[in-house]
Design a protein around this ligand. Sequence first.
Ligand SMILES: NC(=O)C1=CN([C@@H]2O[C@H](COP(=O)(O)OP(=O)(O)OC[C@H]3O[C@@H](n4cnc5c(N)ncnc54)[C@H](O)[C@@H]3O)[C@@H](O)[C@H]2O)C=CC1
Ligand SMILES: O=C(O)C(=O)CO
Length: 320
Amino acid sequence: MSKYKVVLTGTTWPEAYEKLLEQCEVKVWEGPGPLPRDQLLDWLADAEGLFNVGHVKVDEELLDAAPNLRVIAQSSVGYDNIDVEACTRKGVPFGNTPGVLVEATADLTFGLLLSAARRIHEGWELVKAGQWRTVYGTDLYGKTLGVVGLGDIGSAVARRAKACGMNIIYHNRTRRPNDEQEGATYVSFDELLTTSDCIVCLVPLSNHSRGMFSKEQFNKMKPTAYFVNASRGPVVDTQALYDALQQNKIAYAALDVTDPEPIPADHPLLSLSNILITPHIGSATYETRNSMANLAAENLLAGLSGKPLPTCVNQSVNYK
Ligand SMILES: NC(=O)C1=CN([C@@H]2O[C@H](COP(=O)(O)OP(=O)(O)OC[C@H]3O[C@@H](n4cnc5c(N)ncnc54)[C@H](O)[C@@H]3O)[C@@H](O)[C@H]2O)C=CC1
Ligand SMILES: O=C(O)C(=O)CO
């Protein structure tokens, strides 16, 4: 039987790659740097499957350059880089990787909050500089955590925070009865902003959420507030965040995602003392990234063989 023609926008994990090689003839971009757009479009001319390792933009242009494309699989749960409506219109199922990365991302997100609150990273820098002195932070115990975007990951963060004695409030597009049974309280966005001691953002990037944290929102927060963003950088107005931190409108920010991303070393945010930034590593554990790649490979191989994708975003084209 002839092998399926598949394009990988970058290298993936060995276990998943071996699974693909069993059934696919692959073109994989191994660098240096990101896959050039013209090279990708050229490779897609006869491709039946696209395995999107990063967040390469999938739009009309790309879909028109890939007339034989039967499935797109992405090794991430967020898919703001994918024009899902266009994929659906062209009958191309798209699979992401929900679920498998929840605990790892929740660990990192809560770890950012804890490190910011207790200045763990600052203490380590001082020790390395030969300065053994106390660095004061703030308790999490008894404080109010406001989660904006209480979905799979947000709920896992809330579980961690509850175990640390925090009170949980949330604002969401959908109510979460199970989380409310566990003690979370639904509030308006404004009430969350004005009453939270710590705020964690875990919403998908969309036309609704883009820029949802801007000057108006930071001005409503407590001057003692800790702000954590592990969703997508453009959910936050970066200039507004810089101003809020620089003018002490909020106490501290901890980000795993930025806008722009990667953030340049000379960016003004990096000159501030009340911020901590990690390079989009929420799901970056060996176990989790391997699981994500395996699930993406399952999605791709299912689509190539005309079977429903295990985790398909546009279900209307998942069952042809
Ligand atoms: N930093 C990292 O490495 C990672 C970041 N992420 C980001 O986290 C996001 C959330 O992932 P999951 O929890 O798996 O998704 P999810 O779909 O389970 O939860 C998202 C929640 O946000 C809510 N929501 C959507 N728009 C909203 C808005 N405008 N205002 C308030 N709530 C809103 C939804 O109702 C939903 O409950 C992903 O879309 C991705 O952007 C995900 C994994 C890793
Ligand atoms: O899964 C996602 O959406 C990420 O950001 C990377 O894990």
